[in-house]
Ligand binder design. Structure first.
Ligand SMILES: [Zn+2]
Length: 304
């Protein structure tokens, strides 16, 4: 089950009150496949949404809508079509929401949202009908694919008008549709909560938290790896220098304090400076060891 269908199933478990039921039904049908005298219908991959649209249309508009059996469409997608049976039923739906079916440009009829509570219900209907939300593992994005430009702009305005959220949805074109979308983890989570899907919002935030945590760990590991490499390459240089001195047979020419350290380093190329210091007959600090190793390197550099 995808994140989007889980979210839709959660939204379909909400039992709205009468005014909100009408607003949600309006959102469901207005943002469907067709909303005119030629037909009122919507196509969805979510069976709960299909049933809900038919049930609400019957309750709110007294219209009979038919739910088709799920049909396989490209790849694994299975879709249901919900449609008003005949022109008479389509007319009932349109009239109920104050539309004639002769509108040149389809706009949202805000009179269908009687009370403040109905705004969320209307947007929930629109989301169930033409919306989707990407799995948070991939991206934080919620979008509506709307067939008409005016309707898309109205919808974007409607989302912008949610006072408590302060969202600025974008509108773009894709394959003949107008896509209204919101991006960003906390924005999408806030919007899902507003629609009535707090569980989906919670899941999104948990995934986001884990991702952030994982990124921080990776960054830390990269930092440590870089440091290790630096240490390793420094040690390798030291070993090379000491071997060079050895080849020249000059190891015994080193001052006593350097010779002991040189032998120790040669046998322990992996040791940190601190460890090397602690192994000396007279223990030495990290910076003391560093200083002596520099002297060894300088000594080796002078050899031809
Ligand atoms: Zn309401």
């Amino acid at each position: 089950m995808s994140f989007a269908s889980d979210t839709k199933n959660e939204l379909c478990r909400i039992e709205p009150q009468r005014c909100c039921r009408k607003a949600e039904c309006y959102g469901l049908l207005l943002f469907g496949h067709s909303f005119s005298l030629q037909g009122v219908s919507l196509t969805t991959e979510n069976l709960a949404t299909a049933r809900r649209a038919a049930q609400f249309a019957a309750e709110v508009a007294g219209a009979v809508m038919d739910v088709s059996a799920p049909q396989a469409r490209k790849k694994d997608a299975v879709v249901c079509t919900v449609s008003a049976v005949g022109e008479e039923e389509a007319r009932k739906v349109l009239a109920c929401f104050g539309h004639t079916g002769h509108e040149i440009n389809l706009h949202i009829g805000f009179a269908n949202m009687e009370n403040d509570c109905c705004q969320a219900a209307f947007l929930r209907g629109a989301f169930l009908s033409c919306g989707t939300v990407t799995s948070p593992e991939r991206e934080y994005r919620l979008e509506f694919a709307v067939p008409y430009m005016n309707l898309a702009n109205d919808l974007a305005g409607c989302i912008r008008d949610i006072l408590e959220l302060d969202l600025v949805p974008r509108v773009s074109r894709r394959k003949g549709a107008f896509v209204v979308y919101i991006k960003g983890g906390s924005r999408v989570a806030d919007f899902l909560t507003f629609l009535g899907a707090p569980n989906a919002a919670m899941e999104l935030m948990q995934v986001q938290m884990l991702k952030n945590l994982r990124n921080n760990v990776n960054r830390q590991t990269n930092f440590e790896t870089a440091n290790l490499e630096k240490t390793a390459s420094a040690a390798a240089q030291e070993v090379l220098a000491i071997e060079k001195i050895q080849k020249h047979g000059m190891l015994d020419d080193l001052p006593e304090d350097l010779r002991e350290l040189a032998e120790l380093r040669l046998q322990n190329p992996d040791m940190s400076l601190r460890e090397l210091g602690s192994q000396l007959s007279v223990p030495l600090s990290r910076s003391g060891v560093h200083h002596r190793l520099q002297r060894i390197l300088a000594f080796a550099a002078k050899l031809r």
